[in-house]
Ligand binder design. Structure first.
Ligand code: F6R
Ligand code: ZN
Length: 169
């Protein structure tokens, strides 16, 4: 990963408030991502590789924090390199979508759509993303409003997408 100048890590404790239950126990790594350092200017594109570990917090699959791009005109393209999972998406006006990750699948995130990756498999989910270098990241809106659904492991061990009745459950 030597071409990627920036490295960020998120452990269970960094995700307090994101799952339906609070992450307790060992403060395991949940995900990390590597970004190219590209000038944050219009016309520039940067890239990022995210490695999201398998696991759950009280049955809710490990996921990224998720964000809107602060610059609402900026889109993103994901390419799944390994693993399985979902990309949850939503707009500020209440539209929702979900796309499934599998190796070799690319997913387009249009401008204005928040996005969160969820690993529903037994292996790390690895995704490569391309997006304008001046996108910026609005995490605060998601920390406040959450996503429209949670992805939960059911009794048979299968992932289920559970829409939230409201944004407080
Ligand atoms: C960049 C992007 C991804 C995420 C990465 C980590 O715009 O969408 O590369 O940055 O998957 O997720 P967050 O940033 O939500 O913690
Ligand atoms: Zn993004």
């Amino acid at each position: 990963m030597s071409a990627f100048e920036r490295h960020s890590v998120r452990h269970r404790s960094d995700l307090t408030g994101y799952f339906h239950a609070e992450p307790e126990g060992d403060d395991q790594l949940v995900y990390e991502y590597f970004e190219r350092e590209v000038p944050a200017e219009e016309g520039q594109i940067t890239q990022n590789i995210t490695i999201l570990q398998p696991g759950t917090v009280d049955g809710e699959y490990y996921m990224t924090k998720g964000h809107y791009h602060a610059n609402g005109r900026c889109s993103e393209v994901y390419l799944c390199l390994a693993g399985r999972g979902f990309l949850l998406m939503q707009t500020r006006s209440g539209e929702t979508d979900v796309q499934e990750y599998a190796r070799g699948v690319s997913i387009y995130v249009p401008p204005g759509w928040a996005h969160r990756s969820v690993n529903t498999g037994d292996e790390p989910l690895v995704v490569l993303a391309f997006y304008p270098a001046d996108s910026g990241h609005d995490y605060a809106s998601i920390a406040e409003e959450g996503f429209w659904a949670r992805v939960i492991r059911d009794e048979s061990g299968q992932p289920v997408i559970v829409p939230r009745r409201d944004r407080s459950d």
